[in-house]
Structures are given as structure tokens and as C-alpha cells.
Write a protein of this length. Structure first.
Length: 193
């Protein structure tokens, strides 16, 4: 088309109101889908803490079997940590006999759930034959005490997160490890703040 002065009309470059509204609506819907997912990052971090615990329990069990020596996992709910320990002469001494970990504090195999990577996970309770210590014998099975041949009973440790409680159970005789979610209201404890 030509104008009165002979110039071509140039198409206006820009967006119409309808196009802008469509883009804003799509961004709003996408934002509504992303925001709830971002709120679940603590849950994922707590699940990561449980995975780390299961991996460490499996490592302690395999290490006991590989070296044909007892290994222990000592839980400290007050410090919100656990230590993997070599058992010597029937003694479980985390300070003197913690397993070597090149990443750990002082090269000791100590896992501290107060680390932000674990999303404020808390050790709720640890009960292995009435104690906070899980001991694996030379065959990788749980036993009641160091140097004992008596198989331990099924024990568990609870890991509590902002909206969940997961129970890691170690079966008697076999040492088979399972994880199950426990509703917070059934556990009798309040969720951590």
C-alpha cells in the first residue's frame, strides 16, 4: 500500500494486548506448577539423609564381612549424628576407633545431620536391642553386643524431616535394611521446627 506521500506503510512492530495476556497467563500457570515443587526441597534433602544412612549401614555391614571384624554404627540423637566404628577387643569406642573417612571431620567417619545438605533432618529414635548402637558381626548380621554370637533383634532408627518421618529398619539375623514412612501423628512426636 502506498500513502498519500508515496511511502510504503511499515508494519508496526510490537505485540498486541491479546498476545501479552496469553504469555502472562502461560507464565502464571507455569509458576503455579513450580512453586509447590520448590517447597518440597526439604523433603528431598531428608530423603537424601535417609539414603546416606542406608548407604552407610550397608557399607558398615560389607566392611565387617570383608575384613571379618565387627563393625558398629553409633547413633547420637542428642548431637544429631552417627559414627561408623571398628570394634576391637569387645569395645565400641567412637572416639578412638572411628572408621577412616577422607571427607570426615578429623578423618573420622562421622555423619552430622545438622549439615544443611540434609535439610534439617533429625535422628528421632534409634533402638537396637535397647541401645543406640548397631553392631554387625563378621558375617554382616546384627548381634546384641560386641563379641557376642547372639543375633540381635530387629532394630530401627527414625529420621524426622519437616513434613515426614522415615523409619530405617535392620532385620534380625540377615541385616536386611528397609525404609518405610511413618505418619508423624502415629509416632507420638511433633515435627521439628
Amino acid at each position: 500500500m502506498r500513502s498519500f506521500n508515496g511511502d510504503l506503510f511499515r508494519a508496526a512492530r510490537g505485540y498486541t494486548l491479546v498476545e501479552v495476556l496469553v504469555v502472562v497467563t502461560i507464565l502464571g500457570v507455569a509458576g503455579m506448577m513450580v512453586v509447590p515443587t520448590l517447597g518440597q526441597t526439604d523433603v528431598l534433602r531428608v530423603q537424601g539423609a535417609v539414603r546416606a544412612l542406608v548407604a552407610d549401614l550397608t557399607f558398615a555391614q560389607a566392611d565387617a564381612l570383608a575384613y571379618q571384624e565387627e563393625r558398629a554404627v553409633v547413633f547420637d540423637p542428642n548431637e544429631n549424628a552417627y559414627t561408623l566404628v571398628a570394634v576391637f577387643d569387645g569395645l565400641v569406642d567412637p572416639a578412638a576407633n572411628a572408621l577412616f573417612d577422607p571427607r570426615g571431620p578429623g578423618q573420622q567417619y562421622i555423619v552430622d545431620f545438622d549439615d544443611p545438605a540434609f535439610g534439617n533432618a533429625q535422628i528421632g529414635q534409634a533402638d537396637f536391642d535397647g541401645d543406640h548402637v548397631l553392631i554387625f558381626d563378621e558375617l554382616g548380621g546384627p548381634v546384641v553386643s560386641p563379641g557376642s554370637d547372639v543375633p540381635g533383634s530387629t532394630g530401627s532408627v527414625d529420621i524426622i524431616g519437616s513434613r515426614s518421618r522415615l523409619r530405617v529398619t535392620v532385620e534380625a539375623f540377615t541385616g536386611h535394611i528397609t525404609v518405610a514412612e511413618v505418619p508423624l501423628e502415629d509416632s507420638g512426636e511433633q515435627e521439628p521446627q
